[in-house]
Design a protein around this ligand. Structure first.
Ligand code: UDX
Length: 429
């Protein structure tokens, strides 16, 4: 890529910020990465990547000379016109998004005719309009604003950045929107250039739709269990319909992560605050909560009461290839099992450190075989490849009981049964 690419600033060096910075560095931009956390900036300057994302450390190392880490927003303002905002917008107790970090960024902007904020963080529809009003009230109406939501999946974020399904740019049709479009041009992705509010809604609607797809297939799975159908076959059959598509039709023990639960709730809340009752999303959320708990019923069916029973959880992260524990199904599952008197053991290849901050009173095992030793039942919670590849005869030899609950339909039932174990998946009769 040419060295004459537009330099940019990225405010917030969390997951989205770092991937965005490394991605644009790969495309040839110099990137000034700003964070208020001095310790984090020190670590980044020392070449340490504070999050687990395949390929990220390598990409940051490759572009070490183009990536500049600082706590001083002045560095970004001096070198770049476009300031990508990638700060956290976690849910509040009311389910609304907490925009305090976004507001802190807005407040720290000086009056300027040559800068623009480019919002990557997921924000409620109307946030862009409100920020523009704030700028105008403070005599900073020269500051431009662009909405450019991210659609990165943890575990494949670098690939998602470099080969996006689409790029969405919501703006007022001025230089800032043009410049953002130009930055993404080398990726050759379909472009949706639209107004700011529509762009903000695209992000919330996309995640809400995907979450709906998962809750839908999970309910189909639950009906399969009582009717004798097999959900994986049903998903195959409906997924070949072009209008439905095969992705996001894997039944399991519910969706988690930093986006789906938060964004579905935020959209429900946004609608509610505007006087509209978003009935469908209420169901999507409720189905997901119940889905995490259905494992308990399955264990009780096989083991009777759970008091004193040893249950081994294979995997804790909300999905494989990440150490992210936010809204992971394992959190609810571990707590429910403990509440029912079970002794819970767990193993996750990378999420143990994060899990220890959130789950108390369970035994963390150093490996999968230590985890299943003497267990009455094993629950596959996160479908890491290494669990699928386990020697299940060896697992059977370690266990005290025979029950295997496959919470992600990732295992081959024949292999499990051949090992002398009792298999139960989700919607697989
Ligand atoms: C998601 C969106 O995909 C991404 O576009 C957005 O920017 C952020 O949120 P991510 O949270 O990384 O990305 O995870 P994703 O891979 O989409 O999975 C989310 C959850 O849904 C996981 O818990 C996963 O196990 C679950 N899931 C996914 C299913 O249960 N079934 C499926 O078929 C797909």
């Amino acid at each position: 890529m040419s060295a004459s690419r537009e330099p940019i600033g990225v405010i917030g060096t969390g997951y989205v910020g770092l991937v965005t910075a490394a991605g644009f560095a790969e495309l040839g931009s110099d990137v000034w990465c700003i964070d208020i956390d001095a310790e984090k900036i020190d670590r980044l300057n020392g070449g340490e990547i504070p999050i687990y994302e395949p390929g990220l450390a390598e990409l940051v190392a490759k572009h070490r000379r183009r990536l500049h880490f600082s706590t001083d927003i002045g560095d970004a303002l001096e070198h770049a016109r476009l300031l990508f905002v990638a700060v956290g917008t976690p849910p509040t107790y009311s389910g609304d998004a907490d925009l305090s970090a976004v507001h802190a960024v807005v407040d720290s902007m000086p009056p300027s005719d040559r800068h623009a904020l480019v919002m990557k963080s997921t924000v409620p529809v109307g946030t862009g309009a409100s920020i523009k009003r704030t700028f105008a009230e403070r005599g900073k109406d020269g500051f431009r604003y662009v909405s450019c939501p991210e659609f990165l999946k943890e575990g494949s974020a670098i690939a998602d950045f470099l080969s996006p399904d689409r790029v969405v740019v919501g703006d007022d049709g001025d230089w800032a929107g043009d410049a953002v479009v130009e930055l993404y041009r080398p990726l050759g992705a379909p472009l949706v250039r639209t107004d700011i509010a529509s762009s903000e809604m695209v992000k919330l609607a996309a995640n809400a739709f995907l979450a709906t797809k998962i809750s839908f297939i999970n309910e189909i799975a639950n009906v399969c269990e009582v009717t004798g159908a097999t959900v994986t076959e049903v998903a195959r059959g409906i997924g070949l319909d072009d209008r439905i598509g095969p992705k996001f039709l894997q039944a399991g023990i519910g969706f988690g992560g930093s986006c789906f639960p938060k964004d579905v709730n935020a959209l429900k809340q946004l609608a509610g605050n505007s006087g509209y009752h978003f009935q469908l999303l209420n169901s999507v959320i409720e189905v997901n909560e119940l889905q995490k708990r259905r494992v308990i019923g399955k264990l009780q069916k096989h083991l009777g009461g759970l008091v004193g029973k040893r249950v081994a959880l294979l995997g804790l992260a909300f999905k494989p290839n990440t150490d992210d524990m936010r809204e992971a199904s394992s959190l609810v599952l571990a707590a429910r099992l403990q509440a029912d008197g079970a002794k819970v053991g767990a193993y996750d290849p990378v999420a143990e450190e994060e899990a220890r901050k959130l789950i108390r009173g369970i035994d963390f095992a150093p490996g999968p075989l230590d985890c299943v030793r003497d267990a009455d039942a094993v629950v596959l919670v996160t479908e890491w490849d290494e669990f699928v590849a386990l020697d299940w005869a060896e697992v059977a030899g370690e266990m005290a009981g025979t029950v295997v609950i496959d919470g992600r339909n990732a295992l081959d039932p024949d292999v499990i049964r051949a090992a002398g174990l009792t298999y139960e998946g989700v919607g697989r009769s």
